[in-house]
Design a binder for this molecule. Sequence first.
Ligand code: ATP
Ligand code: MG
Length: 400
Amino acid sequence: MKYDHIMVRYSEIALKGGNRKMFLLKLQDNINRALKEYEGIKVKRTQGRVFILLNGHAPEPIIEKCRKVFGIHSLSPAMKLESDLEQIQKATLEALTKATDAQTFKIIVKRIDKTFPHRSQEMNQLLGSYLLKNTEGYTVDVHHPDVAIKVEIRNEATYVTSQVTPGAKGLPVGTAGKTLLLLSGGIDSPVAGYLAMKRGVQLEAIHFHSPPFTSERAKQKVLDLADVLTAYGTKINIHIVPFTKVQQTIFREMPDSHAMTIMRRIMLRISERVCRDNGILSMTTGESLGQVASQTMYSMHAINDVTSFPILRPLIAMDKEDIIHISRKIGTYDISVRPYEDCCTVFVPKSPKTKPQKEKIQKYEAKYDFTDLIDEAVAGIETVTRIPGVSSTDEFDGLL
Ligand code: ATP
Ligand code: MG
């Protein structure tokens, strides 16, 4: 008997009522995609669980891949066997002896198949006494066991598991629509994208690029960040906007103190156009309240004014330290801190307003019509698609 399956437990999906089937199909799809390099693997849905048939592959690397799939609560290598007392006894014995360093154990039986002749509580006792009789040096500890051996007697078969690896939690990517992530080369926006994906949202990204002030390497940095993010979901289209002319014009025509706010407003106007052209219903940024001048309540009020689209700000209440912690965990930090310039750092004014006023800005903007420049920028967008697993790194230090 050996661990020939992975048992996948999901949590929140179970609450989704009528949409449950859709959530599970998406989860199944996403697991299949994460494991596409493993030949012969099968992902099956049964009542309350998803099972991965390993078909000869070792469980560990498969579990490692699945830890990045949102919607999974936990994963366990599982032995599949007939619902037969003797077989179950043997499997639990094997699970116990395979658990290294364990001295105490506990049996947890779940009888889903009500036609199975022994009730859960009776099975706990039958299996517990069998293990004590057939081993030496083990004792039962129901409160803090070194190993908890779980037996699920299901309609189609029985599964025995012992080891549990936590999953990424959240909801399957692709169940909550699409957002356009404003992706800079910084630390924050990739983390914002990751957190949006965690709630089931699929990403497209937009990046404002200002050559020659920002280099090819700065653009590459953004593509590399997108690659890391693809490992948590699906492919990502990145819309790269030629932004040099717009930026130069802003800094030439608009007062220095309000240039940053006006630039942000134009970024959002362009982003909204991309949303409309691609059927995307929201935008996501890496803004965190009070982090810099453009992220005060006043600034957000003035910047937000140009669009009626919802803007998701998953980091809004987070401290920088916590954001950095996540970026390290998900593997974007080392890319984000590469010392390449981005368009905002090149054009930073000496003293940006922390309390820009909407009315003042509207007055400044009325003096110069940016429409043609915006049209030109949108027409010049280059869209690059990044596919999961093609160029992404595999460094991964576990999830939150
Ligand atoms: P980040 O670490 O994400 O760059 P930040 O702390 O540097 O954020 P800002 O430079 O004020 O903050 O940018 C705020 C948000 O605006 C970013 O999180 C990102 O979503 C968006 N943004 C900034 N610059 C760009 C850019 N060049 N292309 C696309 N989005 C951008
Ligand atoms: Mg930045």
